[in-house]
Design a protein around this ligand. Structure first.
Ligand code: ARG
Length: 475
């Protein structure tokens, strides 16, 4: 039987199966850096407040740093009987330095300890996810710039609608990711609040200095209510919500990539190194990355649902249910970072079939709106212009022609307002160039978006660097 740190009031040791069931060490060991950083700050505060001696603090700090090295160098064996990362570290510390180790947990509970660890961890991972978002944005903007002049059909209802620039399409995803970045910045703000000092739930009888700990760990704010501090998982819910929305964006992009590399579309070609084949059908080249990202979206959304459901009926303050906040979050973090990184690589290796995209607008009626706009600009009410253009399309379908194939006479038979310049007005280049309203697909508007994109990436990178400078250094 291994001695529990809380064993005092127990006459029996924990049933082995129950122990396995309630332990979290299998997954919360990934909090070891945060746990040690938190304990270092806590011990320094206890000493500064005269609650423990300087000598004890020095022993604790040296002991914790040795444990950090042991863990990083793979010399630390985690014991499931010690339940979680907090008690694994504390037990090892006490074994190593004796009495002083036993003083570390003064004025602290695992409830505020785990809350502190998770706040530190979420801040760190928000910075990491944000960096990945910026890199995918760079890849999107880079691809958009590289194929700046490529025209493709824009779709509604997955039916060809109006010609657009491929760059415009890609920059729509850039914009979604920009909002994802902002959502994660919001998560940083909500996670940037220091819970330690709440004790188990009600505060502590010791004369602690919570500002000291907040300063040391670079937290902007401190929880003003101890019950809230140990019960709050909003910032985790928000992380999962932001991650879910981000994954939904990647999933939509995935769906398009998958469509675009079908034989039917053939708009793009993915790098051979980014696809897989079939064990049976020799011709296959499958877009697995996109399919997997689309599939993994369900997992991340599931983690959000699981956590919302876990929290919804909980009374204040800590309940063990809250231990369930970790696995889903950890998996969401891994999934989101991996998906973003893989997508940046996929886009950088992607080739665009300009000719096929071009043919899809040349041999199509996606310029019909422009035909109607032409007439409306000559004074015909748009509703009537729409009807004339509809008749023109029908006329073409019956004769197996495109609008660009009609002679001026054929156009004039449909409306006397047509003149020789009509064919030029409905060329794909004109269709694109003339949609110059703010945020439209015109070359000028897309150039503006590309310029703005650069500035956005730059300011995003500055913000992330600021966050990173506020992550605690240990070791
Ligand atoms: N492993 C626990 C968790 O992750 C730490 C807090 C335990 N607190 C307690 N009172 N049992 O939630």
């Amino acid at each position: 039987m291994s001695e529990k740190l809380w064993g005092g009031r127990f006459a029996k040791s924990t049933d082995e199966m129950i122990n396995d069931f309630q332990a979290s060490i299998g997954f919360d060991k990934r909090l070891y850096r945060e746990d040690i950083a938190g304990s270092l700050a806590h011990a320094a505060m206890l000493a500064a407040c005269g609650i423990i001696s300087r000598e004890d603090e020095e022993k604790i700090a040296a002991g914790l740093k040795a444990i950090l090295r042991d863990i990083e160098e793979g010399r630390f064996s985690f014991d499931v009987a010690l339940e979680d990362i907090h008690m694994n570290i504390e037990k090892r510390l006490t074994d190593a330095i004796g009495e002083a180790g036993g003083r570390l947990h003064t004025a602290r509970s695992r409830n505020d300890q785990v809350a502190l660890d998770m706040h530190l961890y979420v801040r760190r991972e928000v910075a990491a996810v944000a960096e990945h978002i910026l890199d995918l944005q760079r890849a999107l903007a880079g691809t958009a710039a590289k194929y700046r002049d490529v025209i493709m059909p824009g779709y509604t209802h997955l039916q060809r609608a109006q010609p657009i620039l491929l760059a415009h399409h890609l920059l729509a995803y850039f914009a979604m990711l920009g909002r994802d970045f902002d959502r994660f910045a919001g998560v940083w703000q909500r996670a940037d609040i220091m819970p330690l000092g709440a004790g188990a739930l009600a505060g502590t009888t010791f004369p602690i200095d919570r500002e000291f700990v907040a300063r040391r760990l670079h937290f902007e704010r401190i929880y003003g209510n101890s019950l809230d501090a140990v019960s709050d998982r909003d910032y985790i819910l928000e992380f999962l919500a932001a991650a879910s929305i981000l994954m939904v964006h990647l999933s939509r992009l995935s769906e398009e990539i998958i469509l675009w590399c079908t034989r039917e579309f053939s708009f793009i070609e993915l790098d051979d190194a980014h696809c897989t084949g079939s064990s049976m059908m020799p011709q296959k080249k499958n877009p697995d990355v996109s399919e997997l990202v689309r599939g993994k979206t369900g997992r991340v959304v599931g983690h959000l649902m699981a956590m919302l459901t876990a929290v919804k009926g909980l009374p204040l303050a800590y309940n063990k249910d809250l231990q369930e906040d970790k696995e889903g979050l950890f998996d969401a973090i891994d999934t989101v970072k991996f998906s973003l990184a893989v997508y940046a690589r996929l886009l950088r290796g992607m080739k665009v079939n300009r000719e096929i995209m071009r043919r899809a607008v040349d041999e199509d009626f996606s310029n019909a709106t422009d035909l109607a706009d032409y007439l409306a600009k000559k004074g015909l009410p748009f509703r009537e212009a729409h009807a004339v253009a509809g008749r023109a399309v029908q006329y073409c379908i019956e004769r197996q022609k495109w609008l660009k194939d009609l002679t001026t006479e054929e156009f004039r038979a449909l409306s006397p307002l047509f003149a020789d310049d009509i064919r030029e007005a409905i060329s794909p280049e004109a269709c694109v160039k003339n949609r110059n309203s703010l945020g439209g697909t015109s070359n000028a508007q897309v150039d503006r978006q590309l310029e703005a994109a650069e500035a956005l990436i730059e300011s995003g990178a500055k913000l992330v660097a600021d966050w990173e400078s506020r992550l605690p250094e240990i070791g």
